[in-house]
Design a protein around this ligand. Structure first.
Ligand code: DGL
Length: 272
């Protein structure tokens, strides 16, 4: 029997729409509820305690929507707060485990790079997981703090000099370490994939965690008879904690499709 409950996805803001894009691509029949904590973004510069508290509230909101599983699309939450999501009443997916597994599967020289927010890099989460899977791997991590504002400003074209210079500068340690694989450990970074590839060259494999998680979720739903295949009219609902002025524009960049502002509902999480 089909399980028509939605897949719940949350992020600190709208960046998680890049993960949602991959979920929709891989699981087009599934209903989706997305929550973006746009009122409190960014998470990437905050303390572990705050990120854990916010993530718990985001999850409570999704549970109220009766979702069948929860995906923490946020690289920061996945790195810093995933261990506190162990007691959720529904299956929980984060981005680190699946990205690390994908990186380990493709690297040839065992030199793996990771980029993310300051909180993600400081957590060492990817390194820990990669070393668990491949103890002799050499992991180089770099925080790329300007990538999120660049993407949100609409500056991501691979022929834009500001973009290429910024990418080049942040990726210096990755190039120096001769990484042949790089994990894009933050929601916004897949938007910069062409610019990153232009800097690193096509011999470096870029791991988009959204793709890896979509595959893992598809497998899980199939295995446990929880998929909603055959659903001809999937619904995609979007909730935010503050209405960003340019939701439509940002959604078209991050999700790859425009979402009319009237379809986005604002919710108050303070009571959760
Ligand atoms: N969504 C965050 C992440 O993937 C980036 C934005 C933020 O710092 O909250 O880490």
């Amino acid at each position: 029997m089909a399980d028509s409950r939605a897949i719940g996805i949350f992020d600190s803001g709208l960046g998680g729409l890049t993960v949602t894009k991959e979920i929709i691509k891989r699981l087009p029949d599934e209903n989706i509820v997305y929550f973006g904590d746009t009122g409190r973004v960014p998470y990437g510069t905050r303390s572990r305690e705050t990120i854990q508290k916010y993530a718990a509230q985001d999850e409570s909101f999704l549970l109220k929507k009766d979702v069948k599983l929860i995906i923490a699309a946020c690289g920061t939450v996945s790195s810093v707060a995933a261990d506190s999501s162990g007691n959720l009443p529904v299956p929980f997916f984060e981005m680190v485990t699946h990205a690390a597994a994908a990186a380990v599967a493709v690297t040839k020289n065992k030199k793996i790079g990771v980029i993310g927010t300051s909180a993600t890099v400081a957590s060492g989460s990817h390194k820990k997981e990669i070393l668990r899977l491949m103890p002799d791997a050499d992991v180089t991590a770099a925080a790329c703090s300007l990538f999120v504002p660049l993407v949100e400003e609409g500056w991501y074209a691979s022929d834009d000099i500001v973009v290429t210079q910024t990418v080049k500068r942040y990726l210096e340690p990755i190039v120096k370490a001769q990484c042949d694989t790089l994990i894009l450990g933050c929601t916004h970074y897949p938007v910069l994939i062409k610019a990153i590839s232009a800097v690193l060259g096509d011999k470096v494999s870029l791991i988009n965690p959204g793709v890896a998680v979509a595959e893992a979720v598809a497998y899980y739903l199939g295995k446990y008879g929880m998929s909603n295949s055959g659903n001809a009219e999937p619904t995609h609902s979007f909730f935010v904690s503050d209405k960003p002025a340019s939701f439509k524009n940002q959604a078209s960049v991050l999700l790859g499709e425009e979402i009319d502002d009237s379809k986005v509902e604002q919710v108050d999480l303070s009571s959760l």
